[in-house]
Design a protein around this ligand. Sequence first.
Ligand SMILES: Nc1ncnc2c1ncn2[C@@H]1O[C@H](COP(=O)(O)OP(=O)(O)O)[C@@H](O)[C@H]1O
Ligand SMILES: [Mg+2]
Length: 250
Amino acid sequence: MLKIENLHVTADGNEILRGIDLEVGAGEVHAIMGPNGAGKSTLSNVLSGRPGYEITEGRISYFGEDLTALEPEERAAKGVFLGFQYPVEIPGVAAMTFLKTAINAQRKLRGEEELDARGVMTLVQGEARKLNIGADMLKRPINVGFSGGEKKRNEILQMAVLQPKLAILDETDSGLDVDALKLVGEGVTALRAPDRAMIVITHYQRLLDYIVPDFVHVLAAGRIVRSGGAELARELDKLGYGELARAPAA
Ligand SMILES: Nc1ncnc2c1ncn2[C@@H]1O[C@H](COP(=O)(O)OP(=O)(O)O)[C@@H](O)[C@H]1O
Ligand SMILES: [Mg+2]
């Protein structure tokens, strides 16, 4: 589904990603772990098409297509979803309105019929219930005054409603208490599907108690320095990033 080869990325002239190779197949869940500043958010931003980054070397293919040739909204319509580390507040736009706009923008780009208000409502409310998100929260301006846990649950709601093929969750666990962590982790796990891949970016192992990954990769100083199975996350939790995270010789 996704194949990243020798990816080098700079921002403001600084090389942040220094040769990433990563292959993600349908149905797989990959965790990317690493210390702050390793380049985790940069990788997710580049995959979603956020401006401000330059790919200086390498390739990203998505279902055999050059992902970098697509605009961010085309990527989204083709099933790429990014859950943000710091969800943005959108004053004046209710969560429900935002979701309706997002759902229909994607359907339109795919040449599908738009959903009417009732169709959107049914879809959103069904998913919201599973995440313990009440109707009042859907009426409030998106993320404005939401607690950390509410913001993250709202991100998972967006993912549940948009049904992506490749979901990238950037530190969805940061700032969550144990209850919210469990809800988010279980919400994500419920969205695992044979035709859906997920890249779960996290600093800590604790989210991976609820989302058990098929593969774990350690990103340090812009490179994947180690890959393994779910046990690698537990190992890192005990040992810390220590030696692994030290910048490899340039
Ligand atoms: N737009 C940018 N311009 C310059 N440097 C950046 C930019 N974005 C990120 N960086 C730098 O790149 C490194 C990796 O950042 P980031 O991808 O956010 O790491 P992580 O998410 O792993 O903590 C950091 O040193 C950060 O300061
Ligand atoms: Mg980050």
